[in-house]
Each structure stands twice: as structure tokens, then as C-alpha cells.
Design a binder for this molecule. Structure first.
Ligand code: ADP
Length: 398
């Protein structure tokens, strides 16, 4: 019967004779022979694979070639966290790979060690971001449990991608910044002209259009700048311990003028007493965006509910409106930048398509989560969580 290569490959490492001494795939692996000879270390043949098992050897060589040709670094440990094998990519990252040595002696990255330990302990796939393996490089770590009780970690180099992302964000932030002054000038001068021009002048309509569009571009550049700052992590959040009541009050006060202007009835339902960790200004911004949407899409003369309730280790805040709602197929994409259900309506109402994206990044930076619930024609509710302030998470800037 043909053995299944993958299964055998992941079988517990046995220190027996190599498949082909002297070749890359046939290394003798023994605890007495550290370090692993370059270019790669793989489990030697297992007891159930006799020396003359041609199929078995072939399968193993194929897997070795496959793993060594991967760009990602791969390392496996047993249930005790001792290194069992590593691919070529891993050996290129660190010279310290030693068979049977504890992983902590091989790679001293706390995130990688945590992900691997959790994968071994919980038997589930765990992830993380490792920044201490090679100085100046970032790796995405995925650690998955192995059938023998150990785990295998795959390390993907994110350095280049992150650099590209940073270049993109910096470019957007710089362009937005440069556009600020000319846009303010256009807006300012068009307003001055509107103040001085006679009410029945035919130019009035043109000036009104110029002012309106300059204002819209101004909002867009401000939102792009805000998004670039939170997305990049450059924005420092001043976290403080604050009660849900205070946050709701701030939001309600700020919204009072808009609500009365649009004949909206705002109800506040506060059912949470435990204080949360929040940057008041940033959360104010989140509520501002959600309430602005509730007013914009809910339509005049309806109700908006602003509330807070306890959930596990967090407080869930919500903004509910009774407008047309959002078809369910759009819900998973709402928080993407520039995603709009109805583009024309959003533009017409002065929307930039960035409000929910900014809200998402602010909430994530607080360690919370955000989501939307809606049924068509039955309104929409936007909910986000903030962690409860405890002694373990003192209010330090994020
Ligand atoms: P915009 O500036 O277009 O409002 P947002 O990021 O704030 O951008 O929202 C994205 C899209 O989500 C909106 O264009 C709209 O289609 C939809 N949306 C947001 N809030 C609501 C709401 N309360 N009711 C219905 N649709 C909403």
C-alpha cells in the first residue's frame, strides 16, 4: 500500500538511519549532533518506513523539496516545545536552530513562542506578529497543532508589504495635507464673494457650487488624514478610565444641535456601570460618525437611540436608527474605506465614504470591535465594544 507522504512527514521524529546519507534529504538527525546541518533539517525515516520503501522515500523527498522551496520559514516542535525540524527558509533566518533544543533557545521572539505554545496547549491554530526574530523585519506567524501533540509554525515575511503600505499611507497623508490650504482658500473666498454679491446675481449659483464642492473636498481630505493617522498607528491615544455615562453624555450633547435641526428624537439608554478605557476625543469622533449617519440615513422626524450595556469584559455601545436599514449582503463590507450602499445618496448627503472606516480603526486601536446589524426597512444598529478598565490594563496611552 502506498504510504501517504504528508502523514509520515508529520509523524513524530525518530532518530534512525537516514534515508540517503550524505544527501540533503537524508541527514542523520540526533540530539548529539547539533546544530542542524544546512541547508535543512527534516525528520529522518520513521520506524514504519523500511530502508527499501522506495515510495516512502520518494514522498519524503518531495515534501522536503516542497517545504524548502517555500518562501516562508517553517519550524516544528514536539509537545514539549523541542525543535523537531525546520525548512531551509527557517535556517536562513537564524543560525541557532538546534534539533531537540527548546524553541526558546532557537528563536527568542515572545510572539512566536506564545503562538506555538498556545497551539500546542489548545490544539487550535494561533497567530501573531513576530518582530524580534530578525532586527527590522516583521513576520506574520501561524502556528498549527500537529497530530503528534506538537505544533508547526509558518513565518511569512511582511516587511516589504508593510513598507509599501506605509509608503501608500504617507503619500495619502501628504497629498491631503498639501490640499488643505488651497481648499480652505477656495472655500473662504467663495464665501466672501457670496456675502458681497447681490442676491439676484446669476453668478450666485456658480459661487454656491464652488463653495459646496470645496467644502466637500475639505471634508474628504480631513477624513483621509484622520484615517491615515489611525491606520498607521501614528496616532497616540490618550487612554483614560471613563464611565459609559460620561461618553454617552458627551455624544448626546454634541449631537443635540443636529438632532433638533432635523427634528430627530434622541433617546439615551445607559445600562452599563463599569468604567471603560477610552480616549475621549477619539470615541467622541466614533459616536459623531455613527450619529451623523443615523441622522443622514434615518431621515428627518425619526428616533435615534444611543445606548450602552455590559458584555463579558467590555461595554457595548450602540447607535440605533429607524430608517431604511441596510440589505444584509452589504453588512460585511460596510467598514471598508469608500464602501457605500448607495453611492449617489451618500454623495448627495455630503458623505465621504470614510466615516465607518475611521470608526473601525479607532475602535480596533482601543482593543474593541465594531459591527452593524440591520434588516431592510427596519433601521440599522451600529455596535462597538470598549474594554472595561481593570487594574491589569491601567490607562496608559496606546
Ligand atoms: P458615508 O460618508 O458615505 O456615510 P460611511 O463610511 O459613514 O460613509 O458609511 C458607509 C456607507 O454605509 C454609507 O454610504 C451608507 O450606504 C451605509 N450606512 C452607514 N450608516 C447607515 C445607516 N445608519 N443606515 C443606512 N445605511 C448606512
Amino acid at each position: 500500500m502506498k504510504r501517504h507522504g504528508l502523514f509520515r512527514f508529520f509523524a513524530p521524529f525518530q532518530r534512525t538511519s537516514p534515508t540517503q546519507p550524505g544527501t540533503r534529504s537524508g541527514m542523520t538527525l540526533a540530539a548529539t549532533e547539533p546544530p542542524i546541518p544546512a541547508p535543512a533539517a527534516f525528520p529522518a525515516s520513521t520506524q514504519d518506513v523500511p530502508e527499501n520503501d522506495f515510495d516512502g522515500q520518494q514522498d519524503q523527498r518531495q515534501l522536503e523539496t516542497l517545504l524548502n522551496s517555500m518562501q516562508d520559514a517553517v519550524i516544528a516542535v514536539d509537545a514539549e516545545g523541542r525543535v523537531q525540524w525546520a525548512n531551509q527558509g527557517m535556517l536562513e533566518l537564524t543560525q541557532r536552530v538546534r534539533l531537540q533544543a527548546p524553541l526558546v533557545e532557537t528563536v527568542r521572539d515572545p510572539e512566536l513562542l506564545r503562538a506555538v505554545k498556545e497551539a500546542v496547549d489548545t490544539r487550535t491554530v494561533r497567530g501573531g506578529r513576530a518582530i524580534a526574530i530578525v532586527s527590522g523585519k516583521t513576520f506574520d506567524v501561524t502556528a498549527a497543532p500537529l497530530p503528534d501533540g506538537g505544533a508547526v509554525a509558518v513565518l511569512r515575511d511582511l516587511t516589504e508589504r508593510e513598507l509599501l503600505e506605509k509608503t501608500r499611507r504617507d503619500f495619502i497623508a501628504n497629498v491631503s495635507h498639501e490640499l488643505r490650504t488651497p481648499l480652505t482658500n477656495i472655500q473662504g473666498y467663495s464665501e466672501t464673494l457670496l456675502d458681497t454679491i447681490s442676491p439676484d446675481s446669476p453668478q450666485r449659483e456658480f459661487l454656491e457650487i464652488i463653495r459646496k464642492n470645496a467644502a466637500r473636498m475639505g471634508r474628504l481630505t480631513e477624513d483621509l488624514l484622520a484615517l491615515a493617522r489611525v491606520e498607521s498607528g501614528e496616532k497616540r491615544f490618550e487612554l483614560e478610565t471613563v464611565t459609559p455615562e460620561d461618553l454617552l453624555r458627551d455624544a448626546a450633547q454634541n449631537f443635540a444641535e443636529t438632532a433638533s435641526g432635523r427634528d430627530l428624537k434622541l433617546e439615551v439608554k445607559d445600562q452599563a456601570s463599569l468604567p471603560v478605557l477610552a480616549d475621549r476625543d477619539a470615541i467622541h469622533h466614533v459616536f459623531g460618525n455613527l450619529l451623523e449617519n443615523a441622522a443622514k440615513y434615518g431621515g428627518p422626524g425619526t428616533r435615534v437611540i444611543l445606548g450602552a450595556r455590559p458584555v463579558e469584559d467590555a461595554v457595548e455601545f450602540y447607535v440605533q436608527d429607524f430608517g431604511p436599514g441596510i440589505p444584509s449582503e452589504h453588512l460585511p463590507r460596510l467598514f471598508e474605506r469608500f464602501y457605500r450602499v448607495d453611492k449617489a445618496r451618500s454623495r448627495e448627503s455630503g458623505g465621504t465614504g470614510l466615516g465607518l472606516s475611521i470608526a473601525k480603526h479607532i475602535v480596533l486601536a482601543h482593543g474593541g470591535s465594531i459591527r452593524a446589524e440591520s434588516e431592510l426597512n427596519h433601521g440599522a444598529t451600529f455596535l462597538f465594544t470598549l474594554p472595561v478598565a481593570t487594574e491589569e490594563n491601567p490607562s496608559e496611552p496606546a
